[in-house]
Design a protein around this ligand. Structure first.
Ligand SMILES: [Zn+2]
Length: 81
């Protein structure tokens, strides 16, 4: 086991279920759940990462992605106050 250094960015490899292309995703924290877009086929997925490991990768529709972006934008707005 290793101790995670604060502020260190981890790179997680993600293989696109749609076209099989491997992409990399930079993580600020060891866990992440949110949208990921394949750089090659432009497909959207919701990915879940725990302890720098990809746990799930589900297809995501454009509408759902837009909705999530809106929620994130709203959250950011509240944080600033
Ligand atoms: Zn792809």
């Amino acid at each position: 086991m290793y101790e995670k250094e604060r502020g260190q960015i981890m790179i997680v490899k993600i293989k696109c279920p749609q076209c099989g292309t491997e992409g990399s995703f930079s993580l600020v924290e060891s866990s992440y759940q949110g949208p990921y877009r394949c750089w090659k086929c432009r497909e959207l997925f919701t990915i879940k990462i725990e302890n720098n490991e990809l746990k799930s990768c589900e297809p995501l529709s454009q509408e759902e992605f837009d909705r999530q972006q809106e929620i994130e934008a709203m959250k950011a707005k509240f944080k600033r106050q």
